[in-house]
Design a protein around this ligand. Structure first.
Ligand code: AMP
Length: 548
């Protein structure tokens, strides 16, 4: 006993209990597959999540066992986010948009014992059931009212246990949930989040400079709950008593806009491609949806272009920019303006808001370069200075940064000998700690020994009035190693030639940085979590004829 503070564990049962006692009347809203709305509250959620914990314990769940979920964003899934870890298990959210074989491989790697699945997703399960061996498959009646033979019924399990439940002993460093990376840089890797990390991350979500989430908010997570630890939202909202609006499978722009208005959403979260589509819908239907007061749009996953931020502002959708990763629970940095910038001209403010922002409390970042220019003088390490110009790879550490991948010893090189995680993202930092992502290391266009930022080119292209979406990739080139190719989706009814787009970019870029090729597409391929799928474009245009 050192005579200081109590050693109080940071675990999820405390958050669950608090939600039932302090916020029983706060509403939870979710949309069903038939688009009807279901209303519940934290009081009911609390009782059902405890029953789920009791039911899983009765089924034989042991501490540390993985329980997979294959579910849309709805209240049942929220129950699983607490019911499983509060029984000592680990909830592993499966990405239902992956190829069935990939889902099976991930479930096997994770060693998932049980599967919780929405009835409407059973057809997906049928495609890989031969390749997995879950002990029990529990079906959640989300779209239909009956459970097919051979499966356990979620509702029957819940009614089959007593409401009294004694939480098992849980250490704050025990695993609570699990997520696999989306695999854009190779095969998927598993991250297990500890109770402690989830609790501390939830406090972080409450900070004004991050989500600013509180009991006075209504939060709409558009990003699927299987992406990057559901952005931490289930845990933060439950701890802070925020009203949740869960969109189910309906994430098209009109459905989302309609929910935002009818449910008076104050915070909405999604990747930039979601907001690009929503902006398009808003611009095509002036006056149809109105947001007053403005909605905080929490946006990350890729960099939102300046023009997207500016145009959404006009509709009362204010982008709050975050950067993070599956490995960082996910919040690493959050963007925004500093007090001393209040009288800056608009264009400078937008430039700042497009930056990824500064590290969250207790998250530490350094930029490293293996060799070459820009290293801090006198230091043996190759940390680059925070001058807003010199680029380096982001290395990160903190209480909610993964210390390893689940059973992947071949990935140990992603952590440095002194305990930092190598992110693979290349960035600059300025003297105020603002991070600006230049690119993922593998997405930088390596042209004749120089690096070209695909992010900067995309950002600028999106500023052209005819451009709806833009994605830039490096394509092999016989002389320069790689040259940039820009894939562009034009707005309906507009036109732009490659020459015009090149001239537009030439106003802000050096000649050697300009894309040498432009292709016009109907749509840019997306990853399973809605980001632009650069790898698909690189493959499609790998044999580009640069002489033509
Ligand atoms: P994931 O784990 O699938 O969410 O992917 C994480 C990666 O997404 C990061 O390493 C970045 O490359 C990218 N990313 C996330 N947020 C941002 C952002 N705000 N700006 C640019 N890239 C981002």
């Amino acid at each position: 006993m050192r005579g200081t503070m109590m050693d109080f564990p940071l675990t999820l049962p405390t958050i669950l209990e608090r939600s039932g006692r302090i916020f029983p009347r706060v509403e939870l809203v979710s949309r069903k597959p038939d688009k009807s709305i279901v209303r519940s509250c934290y009081g009911t959620f609390y009782r059902r999540a405890r029953r789920l914990a009791a039911a899983m314990t009765k089924l034989g769940l042991q501490s540390g066992d993985r329980v997979a979920s294959m579910m849309w964003n709805h209240i049942g899934h929220l129950e699983a986010f607490f019911g499983v870890p509060c029984a000592g298990g680990i909830l592993h959210t499966l990405n239902l948009r992956l190829h069935p074989q990939e889902i099976a491989g991930i479930a096997k790697h994770a060693g998932d014992r049980f599967l919780l699945i929405d009835d409407v997703l059973l057809p997906v399960y049928e495609k890989f059931r031969e390749d997995v061996s879950f002990e029990r498959v529990i079906v959640v009646p989300y779209g239909f009212n009956s459970v097919p033979e051979g499966f356990l019924s979620y509702e029957e399990l819940l009614t089959g246990v007593s409401a009294e439940f004694q939480y098992p002993a849980i250490d704050e460093n025990d695993g609570a949930s699990m997520c696999f990376t989306s695999g854009t840089t190779g095969c998927s890797k598993g991250v297990i989040y500890s109770h402690r990390a989830l609790v501390l991350h939830s406090f972080c979500c409450g900070l004004v400079e991050v989500f600013g989430m509180s009991q006075s908010d209504t939060v709409l997570p558009v990003a699927p709950m299987f992406h990057a630890n559901a952005w931490g939202i289930p845990f933060a909202a439950t701890m802070l008593g925020a009203r949740l609006v869960l969109p189910g499978p309906h994430v098209d722009p009109e459905s989302i806009l309609e929910l935002m208005v009818s449910e008076r959403v104050t915070i909405a979260c999604g990747v930039p491609t979601v907001w690009i589509a929503i902006l398009d819908a808003l611009e095509k239907n002036p006056g149809r949806w109105k947001f007053d007061p403005p909605i905080r749009v929490v946006c990350g996953g890729t960099a939102p272009p300046v023009e997207l931020i500016r145009r959404l502002d006009r509709f009362g959708l204010q982008i709050k920019h975050l950067w993070g990763m599956t490995e960082t629970t996910p919040i690493g940095t959050s963007g925004g303006l500093r007090a001393y910038m209040s009288d800056w001209p608009d264009h400078k403010k937008y430039e700042v808001r497009a930056k990824q922002g500064w590290p969250a409390p207790f998250v530490e970042i350094r930029l490293m370069r293996p060799e070459g220019p820009g290293t801090v003088e006198g230091k043996k390490s190759c940390e680059v200075p925070w001058d807003g110009v010199t680029t380096g790879e982001i290395e990160i550490r903190g209480p909610w940064v993964a210390a390893s991948y689940y059973e992947s010893p071949d990935q140990a090189h992603r952590w440095t000998a002194d305990g930092w995680f190598r992110t693979g993202d290349v960035a600059t930092m300025d003297e105020d700690g603002y991070v600006k992502i230049v690119d993922r290391a593998k997405d930088l266009v390596k042209s004749g020994g120089e690096w070209i930022s695909s992010v900067d080119l995309e950002n600028a292209l999106m500023g052209h009035p005819a451009v709806k979406e833009a994605c830039v990739v490096g394509i092999p080139h016989p002389r320069w190693q790689e040259r940039p190719l820009a894939a562009v989706v034009l707005k309906d009814g507009t036109q732009a030639s490659p020459e015009e787009l090149r001239a537009f970019l030439a106003e802000s870029f050096a000649r050697w940085q300009l894309p040498d090729a432009f292709v016009f597409l109907d749509a840019i391929p997306r990853t399973s979590v809605g980001k632009f799928k650069k790898i698909a474009l690189r493959e499609q245009f790998a044999n580009w004829n640069w002489d033509s």
